[in-house]
Design a binder for this molecule. Sequence first.
Ligand code: 2BA
Length: 109
Amino acid sequence: MKLIISIVQDEDAPRLISTLMNEGYSVTKLATTGGFLRAGNTTLLLGVDDSKFDGALGVIEKVCRSRKQIAASPSPVSGTTGAYVPYPIEVMVGGATVFVLAVEQFKKF
Ligand code: 2BA
């Protein structure tokens, strides 16, 4: 069994969750915040049997799109002196950032 941790954009989350559920996957949704943009994103936890692992990754890849986002420049590191004037920057976000962990044990009580 594997644990898939997938960070996706909020816009993609509803369709991704419903597609995964329709295909028989169990999903947990966490409301998260990206450290760089400091904007909301969605983290999904999926525990999947090895036989269904490729299918889950395929759904994530199919549903999640990359998008350009305009954001304020990150604030300077602490200790920097002077006024901070934010300026807009364009970053490409997503489709999905995926981590895969081997699951040692899976139990439900
Ligand atoms: P954020 O940290 O808000 O990052 C949003 C996007 O900003 C990133 O998109 C990337 O294009 C850009 N970005 C991030 N850090 C940057 C930096 N130091 N300099 C310049 N541009 C930077 P994605 O790479 O698609 O990441 C989307 C979200 O996935 C991230 O939101 C973060 O929440 C998560 N993420 C990405 N890589 C991660 C990692 N190695 N560990 C943990 N979370 C990660």
